[in-house]
Every structure is written in structure tokens, then in C-alpha cells.
Design a protein around this ligand. Structure first.
Ligand SMILES: NC(=O)C1=CN([C@@H]2O[C@H](COP(=O)(O)OP(=O)(O)OC[C@H]3O[C@@H](n4cnc5c(N)ncnc54)[C@H](O)[C@@H]3O)[C@@H](O)[C@H]2O)C=CC1
Ligand SMILES: CC(=O)C(=O)O
Length: 350
């Protein structure tokens, strides 16, 4: 079967099957103008981009998904493979092209294109390689979708979110890095495992750099509404600081371990970024630890730095940053994390 230029379907003998199998309602009212058509573009269809794309498709919150990559054949193969799952998924139009025109009118552009770490390599090491890619990626994205929100995933995510902000000229509330949304999920998983509870009942944040200088906010962890550390202290139950440190170290080492075992990380970041996309597109006003312009919050000064803080996300992008009480040590570590990022950032010259 092939399609006529008008889009109606033809059988092998040239019969117009549209009229046979489907009888349109005459004088049907047009769709409600209040129902918005939503579009997400994913740039980079490697391990991470495809994990994000496929998770978004299963969650039914977008009408159109556009994919862009520099490798035309791989890109078309990925598009077809996803399109072939149409019978099992909510209806979503899937497009792909090496030309950024395919992204036109996106509400959200998720940027995953870029080099990834090899075993043992730090995220910060990727900066120079991914900086030059961003110079080619961000301007056309904003040209075709001037009202979009940018969600940066490529590493080092905090500095590349700053780079994307600078290159895009967008207001800072519309440029977000996936940041420690993933680290916080790893943290919640490990705590839940330790306490034998459901990770969704654990409220716990990792903030700061998505990387080696991240900060665990122990003083504000709660499980099922119970603030854990103050509960232990009130009950005079002893806990070792080293145990806490070792759980945070396990979070920091998580990506290194997965990369050394399978070469890359993909599923968890797929769920993490799709979760952020859903909060934004559906205007959920949920709080996520994501990379935002942090200057002026929690005593962070000294320059324009993006790092993760618990931020409320909605259709307008970042709606605000919550004011969690940090103890002295947590505040100190957060400001040090900002310094680490700023030191690397200062070598960029943009
Ligand atoms: N923020 C986070 O939590 C996480 C970030 N990452 C980062 O995501 C990035 C991607 O990782 P993977 O998907 O595993 O890498 P990958 O190598 O599988 O995919 C990268 C893709 O980018 C494409 N690409 C390269 N240059 C391009 C350009 N100029 N325009 C369009 N596409 C281009 C490549 O063709 C490739 O398909 C890395 O920087 C990695 O470190 C990975 C996991 C978690
Ligand atoms: C690679 C990476 O940034 C992660 O999995 O956390």
C-alpha cells in the first residue's frame, strides 16, 4: 500500500480505501482550541536519547516526538524501530531528520548529543568535546523553537546547561539541566534498600554538581513523613557518620560502576529525563532536584553557576527554588560544589 499526495491510502489496484473503511463525519466541529498540541524534540539518538525517547512514548503526554542526530542511517533506523511499536503505544507522531527544521515548534528540546565517558573518566573531562557540539546544536534549536524550554542531559551537564543558556539567549527559567534528579533517585534507591521500604516513600535530595562534588542533604531526609536523622537522635539510636558517607559515596560511584560494567548508563537517565519532561509539559508543579541558575540561592555567589537545587517545574520551566533548611556542613559543601563548577567554567571563555 502507498499514499497519494493528499495522504489517502491506495490498495494495489489504485482503490481509495479511506472511503471504504472509514466514513468521515460531515461538518464535524474542529478540535477544541484549548487542547494544545505538544511536541518534544530529542537531540542525539544514542543510548541516552533513545532511552528517553522510548520512556516518553510509553507515558502518553506528548503528541509529537522529533529526533535529531548527526548519523542519518542510525537515526532513520531508530525512528522506524520506534514507529513499528505503534500498535502497543499511545498515539504519537514520530519524526526524524538530520535537519533541525524537524524540531520546529517544540515545547521542550532535550539535548543528549555528545561524547560520553569511558571507564574511569570524569564527566568534567568531556567539556571541550561537547562545548563545540553545543555551538552547532543550540542556535538552530532556538531558531526553530524560540518559545521552547531546553532540558540539557549531555555531560558535564551543569556547565553545558550554562553554555546552553549563554548560546540560546533564553531566560534562565527556560534552561534546565537534568542535574541530580538521577543521583537523587540512586540515593533514594540505596536508602530504601537499606531500610527495606519503597523508594517512592523516601524523600531525599542530592544537590550541587551532577558529579563528584555532589552533596547529600542528610538533615532533611524523611521516610513516610518521618524525619530520619532527628528521629534517630530523639530515640537515642546511634548511627555512624561513616555509614552515611558510604551511602553517598555509592551514589557518586554509581555511574562509574555501571559504565565499567556495560559501557554507558541509559535506563535510569531515560526515566529521570522523561519524568522531568512530564512535569514540564503537564504543568505538574512538582519539585525536582535539577540544574538551575543558582546564583543568589543558599548563599551561592561569585558567578553565574548552574547546579542542582530542589526546583518546582511546570509549563513555564523553573517556577521557583524551595528553601530547604541545610545544616552548616551541607551549606559549606554546596558552596564548594559551586566553586568546583565555576573553576572549570572560568576556563571556557564564553
Ligand atoms: N546527565 C546525566 O545524568 C547523564 C548524562 N549522560 C551523557 O549523555 C551524553 C550521551 O550519552 P550516550 O547516549 O551514552 O552517548 P552515545 O555515544 O550513545 O550517543 C551520542 C549521540 O550523539 C550524536 N551526536 C554527536 N554529535 C552530534 C551532533 N553534532 N548533532 C546531533 N547528534 C550528534 C551521536 O551520533 C550519537 O548518536 C553523554 O555526554 C553522557 O555523558 C549519560 C547518562 C546520564
Ligand atoms: C553518565 C552519568 O552522568 C550518569 O549516569 O550519572
Amino acid at each position: 500500500m502507498h499514499k497519494t499526495p493528499s495522504g489517502s491510502s491506495l490498495g494495489p489496484g489504485g482503490l481509495d480505501l479511506t472511503q471504504t473503511f472509514f466514513k468521515p463525519i460531515n461538518h464535524a466541529a474542529p478540535p477544541s482550541p484549548t487542547k494544545r498540541h505538544t511536541k518534544i524534540s530529542v537531540i542525539g539518538t544514542g543510548n541516552v536519547g533513545m532511552a528517553i525517547a522510548q520512556t516518553i512514548l510509553t507515558q502518553d503526554f506528548v503528541e509529537e516526538l522529533a529526533l535529531v542526530d548527526a548519523k542519518a542511517d542510525k537515526l532513520r533506523g531508530e525512528m522506524l524501530d520506534l514507529q513499528h511499536a505503534a500498535a502497543f503505544l499511545p498515539r504519537t507522531k514520530i519524526l526524524a531528520s538530520v535537519d533541525y527544521a524537524v524540531t520546529a515548534g517544540s515545547d521542550l528540546c532535550i539535548v543528549t548529543a555528545g561524547a560520553r565517558q569511558i571507564a574511569g573518566e570524569s564527566r568534567l573531562n568531556l567539556l571541550q568535546r561537547n562545548l563545540s557540539l553545543f555551538k552547532a546544536i543550540i542556535p538552530p534549536l532556538v531558531k526553530y523553537s524560540p518559545d521552547c524550554i531546553l532540558l540539557i542531559v549531555a555531560n558535564p551537564v551543569d556547565i553545558l546547561t550554562y553554555v546552553a543558556w549563554k548560546l540560546s539567549g533564553l531566560p534562565s527559567n527556560r534552561v534546565i539541566g537534568s542535574g541530580t534528579n538521577l543521583d537523587s533517585s540512586r540515593f533514594r534507591f540505596l536508602l530504601a534498600d537499606h531500610l527495606d521500604v519503597n523508594a517512592q516513600d523516601v524523600q531525599a535530595y542530592i544537590v550541587g554538581e551532577h558529579g563528584d562534588s555532589s552533596v547529600a542533604l542528610w538533615s532533611s531526609i524523611s521516610v513516610g513523613g518521618v524525619p530520619i536523622l532527628s528521629f534517630l537522635e530523639k530515640q537515642q539510636i546511634a548511627y555512624e557518620k561513616e555509614t552515611l558517607e558510604s551511602i553517598h559515596k555509592e551514589v557518586v560511584d554509581s555511574a562509574y560502576e555501571v559504565i565499567s560494567l556495560k559501557g554507558y548508563t541509559s535506563w535510569a537517565i531515560g526515566y529521570s529525563a522523561a519524568n522531568l519532561a512530564r512535569s514540564i509539559i503537564r504543568d505538574q508543579r512538582k519539585i525536582h532536584p535539577v540544574s538551575v541558575l543558582a546564583k543568589g540561592f543558599y548563599g551561592i555567589d561569585g558567578g553565574d553557576v548552574f547546579l542542582s537545587l530542589p526546583a518546582q517545574l511546570g509549563r513555564g520551566g523553573v517556577l521557583g527554588v524551595t528553601n530547604i533548611h541545610l545544616n552548616q556542613e551541607e551549606s559549606h559543601r554546596l558552596r564548594n560544589s559551586a566553586k568546583t563548577i565555576l573553576e572549570v567554567q572560568s576556563q571556557l571563555g564564553i
